[in-house]
Write a protein that binds this ligand. Structure first.
Ligand code: ADP
Length: 262
C-alpha cells in the first residue's frame, strides 16, 4: 500500500499534489478525476489508486492496472485551447521519462504521443482527457499509468512482447512514493514552462527522449494505413510524417496507432 504521508512530506511542488484523493480500487482514476473536476476540484488535485478495474487507453482500449503499479490522474485547469491538450500529454511523457531516468538510472525513450518505453517496451501509458467550453478547456485530466512493482506475467500474454515493468527491468521493487513525488515535481516544472509560453523547452527535452525520429513507421487508424518516416514533432506537439512520395502529413489526433518498422 502506498504511504501518502511519505509522498506529501517531502513533496517540493507549489500546487501539484496539494490535495490527493487515494483509493484502494477504482474503475479508473481518470473517471474519478473528471467527476471531481466537474464538481470544482482545484488545479493540482491528484487521484491515486492501488488498482483500476477499468483503466482505459486511447480509443477506449483497455489498460491493465494490477496492484503494485502507479495509477494516477492530475486535474489541471490551464487556460488553453482544446488542440493544445496534446502538449500536456507530451509534458507528462517528459516528466515520466525524466523520473525513471533520474531515479532509477534506466535508459528510457518516448513513443509519440503517449508511451514511455524501457528497453523498447511500454512501461507507462498516458491518457489526456478534458472538457471544453467554447474554445477553451474547462479542465484537463492527465492520466498516467506506470508499470512499477509487479511481474510481467500478471499482464495478459499478448502484452508480454510489447510491455515491461520497472520490477522486471531492475529485478527489484522501486520506491513508488519517490517515483510519484519526482513525477509531480518534474511535471509541475514542465507545466509551468508550457503555461509561460515556453513549450519549446519541454519539446526539446521530449525530443531527446524520442528514439523513433528519423525511423520508418506505419501510422494507422480504423480507415487507413500510411507508411513513412517520422520526420519531426512540431511546436504544437503534432507528429510530422514524410510519406513515401515525399508529401508531409501532420498528425494531431489520438486516434492513430504507430508501429515501428525494422
Ligand atoms: P498505443 O500504444 O497505441 O498508444 P494506448 O496508449 O491506447 O495504445 O494504450 C492501450 C494499449 O496498451 C492496449 O491496447 C494494450 O495493448 C496496451 N496495454 C494495456 N495495459 C498495459 C500495461 N499495463 N502496460 C503496457 N501496455 C498495456
Amino acid at each position: 500500500m502506498l504511504n501518502l504521508a511519505k509522498i506529501k512530506e517531502e513533496l517540493k511542488t507549489a500546487c501539484l499534489g496539494n490535495e490527493i484523493h487515494y483509493f484502494v480500487e477504482v474503475g479508473s482514476t481518470n473517471e474519478v478525476a473528471k467527476a471531481l473536476a466537474a464538481k470544482g476540484a482545484k488545479e493540482g488535485t491528484v487521484v491515486i489508486a492501488e488498482t483500476q478495474t477499468s483503466g482505459k487507453g486511447r480509443l477506449g482500449r483497455k489498460w491493465f492496472s494490477p496492484k503494485g503499479g502507479i495509477w494516477l490522474s492530475l486535474i489541471l485547469r490551464p487556460k488553453i485551447k482544446p488542440k493544445d491538450a496534446l502538449k500536456l500529454t507530451l509534458t507528462a511523457a517528459v516528466a515520466v521519462a525524466r523520473t525513471i531516468k533520474e531515479n532509477l538510472n534506466v535508459n528510457v525513450s518516448i513513443k509519440w504521443p503517449n508511451d514511455v518505453l524501457v528497453e523498447n517496451k511500454k512501461v507507462c501509458g498516458i491518457l489526456t482527457e478534458g472538457m471544453s467550453e467554447g474554445d477553451e478547456m474547462k479542465f484537463v485530466v492527465v492520466g498516467v499509468g506506470i508499470n512499477a512493482n509487479f511481474d510481467l506475467a500478471v499482464l495478459p500474454r499478448e502484452l508480454w512482447e510489447t510491455a515491461t515493468t520497472l520490477r522486471e527491468v531492475l529485478g527489484r521493487n522501486v520506491d513508488r512514493e519517490a517515483i510519484i513525488r519526482s513525477f509531480l515535481e518534474y511535471f509541475e516544472i514542465c507545466y509551468n514552462k508550457m503555461l509561460a509560453g515556453n513549450f519549446k523547452h519541454v519539446l526539446s527535452e521530449w525530443k531527446n527522449f524520442a528514439s523513433f525520429l528519423g525511423k520508418r513507421i506505419v501510422v494507422s487508424n480504423t480507415k487507413e494505413k500510411m507508411e513513412g518516416i517520422a520526420q519531426n514533432v512540431d511546436e504544437d506537439g503534432s507528429l510530422i510524417v514524410r510519406l513515401e512520395k515525399g508529401d508531409l502529413v501532420k498528425i494531431f489526433s489520438g486516434d492513430v496507432s504507430i508501429r515501428y518498422k525494422n
